[in-house]
Write a protein that binds this ligand. Sequence first.
Ligand code: ZN
Length: 198
Amino acid sequence: MKLKKALLIVDVQNDFCPGGALAVPNGGKIIPFLNKYVKIFSAEKLPIFFSRDWHPKKTKHFKEFGGIWPKHCAQDSKGAMFHPNLRIPKQAIILSKGMDPQKDSYSVFQAVDHFGMEFLNLLKIFGIVELFVGGLTTDYCVKWSVFDALKKGLKVKLLIDAVKGVNIKPEDSKTALEEMIIRGVKTITFKEISKLMA
Ligand SMILES: [Zn+2]
């Protein structure tokens, strides 16, 4: 099978963008960049995955039930919808995670598509060997997804102009980025990728 690249856009949902329940500072600013990446991967007919946090109303993930987070991305709520400015092509695959009320499920490798198929299996079916990752947030769902991707033997490129962190502690995103790079992640900008794909 031909070795392939895929794009993974993590959790660009209303609740993580300004005005949302768990807004990431400047979270909305990455959307125009993400849209440009989507355009390139679409043109190359490469798979594009969009993950979403998709929580039940009661979950240990929320402060109210013992977790660390305010309520966010409850299934079918407005906050759980993808940001309206995000370009989602028809062929994109939506991955949902966080449905288990006992777990946090930060990594997209704990997500499934509409048919219940796990992300890793989808990657195998498509013959994906390299994942390009952007979205929210650098210090949680992006980071844990990237760590899992590396563990599964995938190459990872982080879209450095299209990720943002929540920064509960001010240095969290910086530390997360360093941890990813130490483990073998390469960063890439839109300028560089357009040359790579040309
Ligand atoms: Zn969540």
